[in-house]
Write a protein of this length. Structure first.
Lengths: 235, 110
């Protein structure tokens, strides 16, 4: 493995990540604004983005914090949003499982939607890639996205401190959630799951904040699997 | 928001640890063993199972409306959902929803 090739793999990762920046920038800025408005400090908001790096779950945690949900419910709901990443981990394991321990730990920390999707696509298109190139490509993608995510969270904090928007009493958060979930709806089973989630969450809205949501989520997951299995048997 | 500083830090740290554990799981501990099919199927539905249930009460009973939900709320929610679904892009949905929601303000400014 020459140094030139490693550099090449790294920069091709950076290049492939660039189009995703368009989404990361406004999303991270919004998180910064909402978090500072909700009452988090600069250090807490930045720690959130640096340590967790998972947009949807950060927004979910913030929403439940605004509702004063119990900490256990906040963690359960926010981590449930991230559970799909176990799937990413499983998909990356055959490609990156033989990397050094410290590299796998770093990959685990940076294993989010964009880094997973771009890397797996790249590895499948270029089956001859060496493990070292695979790792550097992954880092090229992941470090680019993560850097913009953290920088623009900070930018959002600055914007939110200058212009107090009071998002606690506005409608920006629901709009963000709807825009996040719509592109994930890809099959009748997804629609069924979303529908069950909505009905049960509304029906249980009187329960302590966050608890109805967890029951709704479990029922919705089960619904998704049942509908999927049912549709597969038909064909 | 009614949490002590310690509680907020606790939430952030536990989320960081939990998220890392999820992301590292197969890469680190489980190696190349396969996930049971049922678990894999359930994992695929986690975002669509959590987010709609979280957003539905916020749309129907908005926290900024003293007189209940308005046509502006419903219109903005629909615009965000519809545009993000058609374009498959989060950003266009967010823009569409925001433009509809703030349309009275935008019209005044114009």
């Amino acid at each position: 493995m020459t140094v030139t090739n490693m550099k090449h793999a790294y920069w091709s990762g950076v290049r492939d990540a660039l189009p995703y920046i368009v989404v990361v920038v406004p999303f991270a800025t919004l998180f910064g604004i909402v978090a500072i408005d909700a009452g988090l400090t600069l250090a807490q908001t930045l720690s959130f983005s640096i340590l967790v790096i998972a947009g949807a779950s950060q927004f979910a945690a913030l929403q439940l914090m605004l509702e004063n949900a119990a900490i256990s419910f906040i963690l359960a709901a926010a981590l449930a949003v991230n559970l799909r990443m176990a799937m990413y981990s499983a998909a990356l394991a055959p490609h990156l499982g033989s990397a050094a321990l410290w590299q796998r730990i770093l990959i685990g920390y940076l294993n989010f939607d964009q880094s997973y999707i771009l890397s797996v696509t790249k590895y499948e298109n270029e089956p001859d890639m060496l493990i070292a190139s695979k790792v550097t490509y992954f880092m090229g993608v992941a470090l680019t996205i993560a850097t913009f995510w953290c920088l623009f969270t900070y930018f959002g904090v600055r914007v939110g401190s200058v212009i107090p928007i009071n998002l606690e009493v506005s409608f920006v958060l629901p709009i963000a959630f709807l825009s996040m979930v719509a592109p994930m709806i890809k099959s009748p089973a997804h629609i069924a799951a979303a529908f069950v989630s909505i009905i049960i969450a509304l029906a249980l809205a009187g329960l302590p904040a966050g608890s109805g949501l967890l029951i709704a989520a479990v029922c919705a997951m089960a619904t998704g699997v049942i509908v999927e299995t049912h549709l597969e048997q038909k064909t | 928001m009614n949490y002590t500083q310690t509680e907020i830090w606790l939430i952030i740290c536990l989320m960081a640890i939990g998220t890392f554990a999820i992301r590292y799981s197969f890469l680190g501990l489980i190696g190349s063993r396969r996930i049971p099919t049922l678990i894999e199927q359930m994992l695929r539905y986690t975002p669509v199972a959590v987010l709609p249930g979280m957003v539905a009460p916020l749309v129907l009973w908005p926290t900024d409306a003293t007189n209940g939900v308005t046509i502006l709320h419903l219109g903005a929610a629909f615009a965000a959902l519809f545009v993000a679904y058609i374009t498959r892009k989060v950003i266009w949905g967010m823009l569409a929803g925001l433009v509809v929601f703030f349309s009275p303000l935008i019209i005044t400014l114009l």
